[in-house]
Design a protein around this ligand. Structure first.
Ligand SMILES: NC(=O)c1ccc[n+]([C@@H]2O[C@H](COP(=O)([O-])OP(=O)(O)OC[C@H]3O[C@@H](n4cnc5c(N)ncnc54)[C@H](O)[C@@H]3O)[C@@H](O)[C@H]2O)c1
Ligand SMILES: [Zn+2]
Ligand SMILES: [Zn+2]
Length: 361
């Protein structure tokens, strides 16, 4: 059913899933008029996050169909509201996961909108006017200026798109836990997909030693040659895992499926920290012994605030950090989703929404 909210008068072309089969088909819907605090964005590229896959298949049981996924959006401003001062027509911008927050709580006041109790997401959320939000698998977006960032000139719009979710999701815990000011310290990255590969890029830019912990032996060579990973541990090889006990200072766990944290925690030094950013639909196993024997910490982190998102993009421009992307045309979204489900991605699919990439024309 398409949007029925009264001021939603703009017809937009996009792609939606309609049930838990997750099959995505062309979908025409309405967006709100551009309000005084809004900008309208012609979407150029949209990354395909594993969260999109969780949503289209209703893994978390929260999907409101039809769902237009997509929260790694880059595009160009085509309209600005009268209160908008930070943006002008033609600006290169990005939109991530957040569509709205209360703007008034302690978290919003510190630009930690991601932790606002009233946060609403760019898709499968409920906007201030009561409408269900539709994401970036679409030609055009109307966004409140607060939730839009500038994409620095140095960053390509396709390679920058996944930074809006994958990038900020790993950047924030790395910053919070002082990983970016600890050159020489050892970071483990569990799961080498969209989030994992950006974590490696930040880590290498800030001088960390990086170990990938993966179930896929086929990823080792590429991880070392292409991403400069220092060590690669096959989590299914218990001898290797045993030999690496107590060797890591930090771990970022990006795994999208249920798994046990026990063997992974053993890799941490005493006092080491594991940050969980992956969001499996079933609880992960968290045995107490590796926790208590090593005084280890397990914590979570969700995306990032708007100020930090802008800061992250500037840092990426400075350190030449962009995502390794495989561009897909909209008619190949289902194929890409299937490959994402099979962990067959190096390292992020990005939809060429506007048909700007020469080979997709
Ligand atoms: N915390 C946040 O704010 C946040 C933001 C974005 C995504 N996420 C979540 O993070 C997870 C990863 O997202 P992504 O886009 O990087 O996904 P992805 O599919 O690109 O990468 C996931 C990686 O996990 C690995 N993996 C899958 N099942 C595994 C298993 N059983 N054991 C070991 N490894 C396994 C895959 O090989 C893959 O490399 C998803 O659950 C997503 O919803 C969380
Ligand atoms: Zn995401
Ligand atoms: Zn708030």
């Amino acid at each position: 059913m398409a949007q029925t909210t009264p001021n939603h008068t703009q017809t937009v072309f996009g792609w939606a899933a309609h049930d838990s089969s997750g099959k995505i088909t062309p979908f025409t819907f309405k967006r709100r008029e551009n309000g005084v605090d809004d900008v309208t964005i012609e979407i150029l590229y949209c990354g395909m996050c594993h969260t999109d896959l969780h949503h289209v298949r209703n893994d978390w049981g929260i999907t409101m169909y039809p769902v237009v996924p997509g929260h790694e959006i880059t595009g160009v401003i085509t309209k600005v509201g009268s209160n908008v001062t930070r943006f002008k027509m033609g600006d290169r911008v990005g939109v991530g996961c957040i569509a709205a927050s209360c703007l008034d709580c302690e978290f919003c006041k510190e630009s930690q909108e991601n932790y606002c109790d009233k946060v609403q997401f760019v898709y499968n959320g409920i906007f201030w006017d009561g409408s269900i939000t539709y994401g970036g698998y679409s030609k055009m977006l109307v966004a409140h200026q607060r939730f839009v960032v500038h994409v620095p000139e140095k960053l390509p719009m396709d390679g920058a798109a996944p930074l809006l979710c994958a990038g900020i999701t790993v950047f924030c815990p790395m910053k919070d836990n002082k990983m970016l000011e600890s050159p020489g310290k050892k970071l483990g990255v569990v799961g080498l997909g969209g989030l994992g590969h950006v974590a490696i890029k930040f880590a290498k830019a800030f001088g960390l030693h990086v170990t990938v912990i993966s179930t896929s032996p086929s990823k080792e060579k590429e991880a070392k040659d292409r991403l400069g990973v220092d060590d690669f541990l096959l989590s299914t090889n218990s001898e290797h895992m045993q030999a690496a006990r107590r060797s890591l200072d930090f771990i970022i766990d990006t795994v999208s499926a249920k798994h046990s944290l026990g063997p992974i925690l053993e890799l941490l030094k005493v006092n080491g920290t594991l940050v969980m950013v992956g969001a499996p639909d079933k609880p992960v196993e968290l045995p107490s012994f590796p926790l208590i024997f090593g005084k280890r910490v397990v914590k979570g982190s969700m995306i990032g605030g708007m100020k930090e998102t802008q800061e992250m993009l500037e840092l990426c421009a400075k350190h030449n950090i962009t995502c390794d992307v495989e561009i897909v045309t909209p008619d190949k979204i289902n194929e890409a989703m299937d490959r994402l489900a099979r962990n067959d991605v190096r390292y992020r699919f990005v939809i060429d929404v506007a048909g700007r990439t020469p080979e997709s024309r």
